[in-house]
Ligand binder design. Structure first.
Ligand SMILES: Nc1ncnc2c1ncn2[C@@H]1O[C@H](COP(=O)(O)OP(=O)(O)OP(=O)(O)O)[C@@H](O)[C@H]1O
Ligand SMILES: [Mg+2]
Length: 339
C-alpha cells in the first residue's frame, strides 16, 4: 500500500492580485484525502473553496497565484510539474466537474466528438473506433443509452448533461475527481440521483473525491470527512457526521444551526450573525472573532492553528487549546453517542 495519502495539501496559500493590492483568498490550508475517500469542503460563499479546488487541479489562472505551501499527489509536489507532466496529471490523475454542465460542453459538437477529443488527445495509438467504443461504455456507466452519442448537448436534460460531464471526467480513470458544486443548478431529486450514481462509480473504481457544495446536509450524507472553511482558512476538519452532531468550532456550530435538521422536530433556524470578513481587512488573531459569541481576549491577539482535539477531529479555535474540550462539546458528543 502507498504510504502517502492520495492528496496532501500542506499550508496552501493562494493570493489574487487586485487593484487594492494582493488579497490572500486561501491562507495556510492543510488537509489530506485518502485513497477511495470522499472529502467535502464547506463554508459560506467567498470563503475560498473553489480557489482550493482550482489550485489542486493546477487550473488557477492570473490574477490568482499560489504564494505558499505544497500540493502533494502521492507524495509528489505538483507545483513543480511542467506543462507536459501537468497534462497527464489533469486528466489521468485528477479531473474536475464544475457547476455549469452546459458551459463545460461544446454546444456545436455532437457528444461523440467531445468524447473522442479527450480520449484521442490523451491515448496515443488509440483508434477512432476504439475511442467510440470507450465513449459508449462511459455513457452506459452514467445510465445514458450509447446511441445518444450522436446528439448535441442541448438535446439532453440538465441532469443528463451533468452526467455527461461526469462521464467525460471519468474518461481516463482519474484517481481524484474534484466536484465543485456539481449539482447546484439541479432539482433535489436529480441532485440525489446524480450523487448516488457518482457514489456507485466511486465504489466500483475506487477513486477519491473532493466535493464542494453549499448544502451541508447533502454533504454530510455523501462525504466521509468534511473540512469547514472560513475567510480563506480551514477552521475544522472532522468525520462527516461529527460536523452536525459534535461540532467544535463556533462557526461550524452556527453553520449546522443554519440548516434544517434531517430528523427530529422542526426548530427555528438560528443562522450566524454578522457578515463575512472582508479579506482586505483581516484582523489580528482569529478571523471569526467579530461574529463569535464566545470571543475572548486571546482571540483578538493570537492566531489560531488547526489542532487535533478528538481523534480525527481538528479545529482552529482558542476555546479548545489548553482547556481541552469545553463542557458544551462534551454534551454534544454524548448526544451523538445516543447517551
Ligand atoms: N478573479 C478574482 N480576482 C480577485 N479576487 C477573487 C477572484 N476570484 C475569487 N476572488 C476572491 O477570492 C475569494 C474566494 O473565492 P472563491 O471563488 O474561492 O470562493 P468560494 O468559497 O468558492 O465561493 P462560492 O461558494 O460563492 O463559490 C473571494 O473573496 C473572492 O472574492
Ligand atoms: Mg466556488
Amino acid at each position: 500500500m502507498n504510504k502517502h495519502p492520495l492528496l496532501s495539501v500542506r499550508n496552501l496559500c493562494v493570493d489574487y492580485i487586485t487593484e487594492n493590492g494582493d488579497v490572500r483568498a486561501v491562507n495556510s490550508v492543510s488537509f489530506d484525502i485518502r485513497q477511495g475517500e470522499i472529502f467535502g469542503l464547506a463554508g459560506e460563499s467567498g470563503c475560498g473553496k473553489s480557489t482550493v479546488a482550482f489550485s489542486v487541479a493546477r487550473l488557477h489562472k492570473p490574477p490568482a497565484y499560489i504564494s505558499g505551501g505544497e500540493i502533494l499527489f502521492k507524495g509528489e509536489n505538483i507545483l513543480h510539474y511542467n506543462e507536459e507532466r501537468l497534462r497527464t496529471y489533469r486528466w489521468q490523475q485528477v479531473s474536475v466537474v464544475f457547476q455549469s454542465a452546459m458551459n463545460a460542453l461544446n454546444p456545436v459538437l455532437r457528444m461523440e466528438e467531445q468524447f473522442c477529443d479527450v480520449l484521442l488527445a490523451h491515448n496515443p495509438g488509440m483508434t477512432r473506433y476504439e475511442a467510440i467504443k470507450r465513449a459508449q461504455e462511459l455513457l452506459t456507466i452514467v445510465d445514458i443509452h450509447p446511441s445518444r452519442l450522436k446528439d448535441y448537448p442541448h438535446q439532453f436534460s440538465g441532469g443528463m448533461r451533468q452526467r455527461l460531464v461526469i462521464a467525460i471526467a471519468m474518461a481516463l480513470n482519474p484517481e481524484l475527481l474534484i466536484m465543485d458544486e456539481p449539482t447546484t443548478a439541479l432539482d433535489v431529486v436529480v441532485q440525489r440521483e446524480i450523487l448516488q450514481k457518482v457514489y456507485a462509480l466511486k465504489e466500483k473504481f475506487n477513486f477519491s473525491i473532493l466535493f464542494i457544495t453549499h448544502d451541508l446536509s447533502l454533504m454530510v450524507e455523501f462525504c466521509d470527512r468534511i473540512g469547514i472553511m472560513y475567510a480563506g482558512e480551514l477552521i475544522e476538519v472532522a468525520p462527516a457526521k461529527a460536523i452536525l452532531t459534535a461540532p467544535l468550532h463556533p462557526y461550524t456550530k452556527g453553520l449546522g444551526n443554519s440548516f434544517p435538521p434531517l430528523h427530529g422536530p422542526k426548530t427555528v433556524l438560528e443562522g450566524i450573525p454578522g457578515t463575512p470578513l472582508n479579506l482586505l481587512e483581516v484582523p489580528v488573531g482569529c478571523r471569526f472573532q467579530a461574529r463569535c459569541g464566545k470571543v475572548h481576549d486571546r482571540c483578538r491577539q493570537e492566531y489560531t492553528f488547526l489542532t487535533e482535539i478528538r481523534p480525527g477531529q481538528q479545529t482552529a479555535c482558542h476555546l479548545y487549546e489548553e482547556q481541552g474540550l469545553q463542557q458544551d462539546s462534551v454534551i454534544y458528543l454524548d448526544k451523538a453517542a445516543g447517551c
